[in-house]
Write a protein that binds this ligand. Structure first.
Ligand SMILES: *Cc1c(COP(=O)(O)O)cnc(C)c1O
Length: 398
C-alpha cells in the first residue's frame, strides 16, 4: 500500500468553471417537476412572477424576450431584431467573446467595425469617444459591448461607455452582453441607458444551460419595427403577439421552476449582497494569484486594476509552462475543474470561475488545489497564496 494517490478522485467535484456554474441543490430539486401545460393559469402565474424577477435583476422596467437556447441565441436575437442588412455595428473587442459576437454579426450580413485594445488593459474610453465623435454621419447603428469578458477576466464599465456615447451625442443603440455578469456584478439597464441586455441561464443565475433572454428598451423596440434582417424564431414582433410574450414553440417549463428558485435565492440573500459576495471572493482569488506571482510565478492576466472581473479570473502562466498541465492535475488528482484558456490564450492561461453558488471554503479548496498543482508541475511561484486569500477573507468576514 502506498500513500501516493493514483486512483480515480472521490468526493464532490469542485466546479470552478466560468460557465456553466454550480447548480444549487434546491434548484436541481425544483427543476425535477412533472410536465405541465404551459397555458395553464397556475403555470402562467409563476411565469409572470419569474418574468418580473428577471426584470428586477436587470434593473429595468422596460421589455424582455426569452428564448430556448444558450447565450448565443440571445446574441443573435439582439442583432436581428434591431438592425438591417449592411448596417454598421461597432464591436468593442476585449477578448474571445466580443470577437465571436462580431463574427456572428458579419455572418448575419452586417458591416462590422472593431475598436480593439490590449486585451490585458481593456477598452480605452477616450479612444471610444473620439471614434464616436468622428462618426458625424452616424453610420454606426449599434455598439456591441461585453460587460464581463469571460475569456480574459476583464470587466467593462458600462456607465463609462454610456458617458462616451452621450458626450459624442451619438444615437447608436447600446447592446450589452451580460452573460457572465448578470446576477454577479451590478448592472443597471435603465440607469445606464442600455438598449439590449443579453443574458443566459447557466452563469450567475445558477441554472442549467438552455434559456436566454434579452432586456429591451423602448428605443430598441422602436428600432425592431423597422429592422430588416431575416428572422422568425427570434422575432420580437412575432413574440409580442403571443400570450407568453416570448418562446415561439413550447415553453421550457422546467427551467421556470428552476428560475423561480434562482430568483428566490438571489433575493433572499439580497441582490446587492450577492454582488458583495462576488467582489469578496474575487478579491481573495486575486490576492492569492498576486502572491503566487512572486518568484516569476503565474500572474493575473488582467493588468488594469480598474477592470478586474468579479466573476472570473484568468491566470497567465510563466513562459514555458503549460496551463493545460495545471488543469489536468487539478481535475485528475483533486477533482477540481478549472476553465481553459480560449482560442489564442489556450495553454497560456487557465481561468478560475468564481460566479454563482460559491462560498469561502469552495474558493479556498480550489486555490489550495491549484497551489499543489503548481508545486507538482514544478511551476515557479511564491508559496503561500492560499494564506493570503485566507487572511483577506478572515478580515472581511465580519
Ligand atoms: C458564456 C458566454 C457566452 C456564450 O454563451 P453560451 O450560453 O455559451 O451560448 C457569451 N458571452 C459571454 C460573455 C459568456 O460568458
Amino acid at each position: 500500500m502506498s500513500a501516493t494517490a493514483t486512483s480515480k478522485p472521490r468526493g464532490r467535484l469542485f466546479f470552478a468553471n466560468p460557465g456553466p456554474t454550480n447548480i444549487p441543490d434546491s434548484i436541481l430539486h425544483a427543476i425535477g417537476h412533472h410536465a405541465v401545460d404551459f397555458h395553464d393559469p397556475e403555470f402562467m402565474k409563476m411565469y409572470d412572477e419569474c418574468w418580473e424577477g428577471v426584470l428586477r435583476v436587470m434593473k429595468t422596467t422596460q421589455h424582455m424576450f426569452m428564448y430556448t437556447g444558450s447565450g448565443h441565441a440571445a446574441w443573435e436575437a439582439s442583432l436581428v431584431n434591431v438592425l438591417s442588412p449592411g448596417d454598421t455595428m461597432l464591436i468593442l473587442e476585449t477578448g474571445n467573446f466580443s470577437e465571436s459576437w462580431g463574427r456572428m454579426a458579419l455572418d448575419l450580413g452586417l458591416n462590422v467595425r472593431t475598436l480593439g485594445c490590449d486585451w490585458r488593459m481593456g477598452i480605452d474610453m477616450a479612444a471610444l469617444k473620439a471614434l464616436l465623435e468622428a462618426d458625424t454621419a452616424h453610420e454606426i447603428k449599434a455598439i456591441g459591448a461585453v460587460h464581463n469578458e469571460t475569456s480574459t477576466g476583464m470587466f467593462l464599465p458600462l456607465d463609462e461607455v454610456r458617458a462616451a456615447l452621450d458626450a459624442a451625442k451619438h444615437p447608436a443603440l447600446l447592446l450589452v452582453d451580460t452573460i457572465s455578469s448578470l446576477g454577479c456584478i451590478d448592472l443597471r439597464m435603465d440607469e445606464w441607458g442600455i438598449d439590449v441586455v443579453v443574458g443566459g441561464s447557466q452563469k450567475g443565475l445558477m441554472l442549467p444551460t438552455g434559456m436566454a433572454f434579452t432586456g429591451v428598451s423602448d428605443k430598441a423596440m422602436e428600432a425592431s419595427r423597422n429592422s430588416k434582417l431575416a428572422k422568425h424564431y427570434f422575432s420580437w414582433q412575432v413574440m409580442s403577439a403571443r400570450k407568453q410574450r416570448s418562446f415561439i414553440g413550447t415553453v421550457p417549463t422546467n427551467q421556470f421552476y428552476g428560475l423561480r428558485e434562482s430568483i428566490r435565492l438571489i433575493e433572499e440573500e439580497g441582490l446587492e449582497n450577492v454582488f458583495a459576495r462576488h467582489a469578496r471572493l474575487a478579491e481573495a482569488v486575486r490576492r492569492c494569484v498576486r502572491h503566487w506571482s512572486g518568484n516569476n510565478g503565474p500572474q493575473l492576466f488582467c493588468a488594469n486594476p480598474s477592470r478586474e472581473s468579479n466573476s472570473v479570473t484568468a491566470v497567465l502562466m510563466p513562459e514555458g509552462h503549460d496551463a493545460e498541465a495545471i488543469r489536468s492535475t487539478t481535475k485528475n488528482r483533486f477533482n477540481v475543474s478549472l476553465g481553459a484558456g480560449l482560442a489564442k490564450l489556450n495553454g497560456k492561461v487557465f481561468r478560475i470561475g468564481h460566479l454563482g453558488d460559491l462560498n469561502e471554503p469552495m474558493i479556498l479548496g480550489t486555490l489550495a488545489s491549484i497551489e499543489m498543482a503548481l508545486k507538482m508541475n514544478n511551476v515557479p511561484h511564491a508559496p503561500g497564496g492560499v494564506d493570503a486569500a485566507m487572511e483577506y477573507l478572515a478580515a472581511v468576514a465580519g
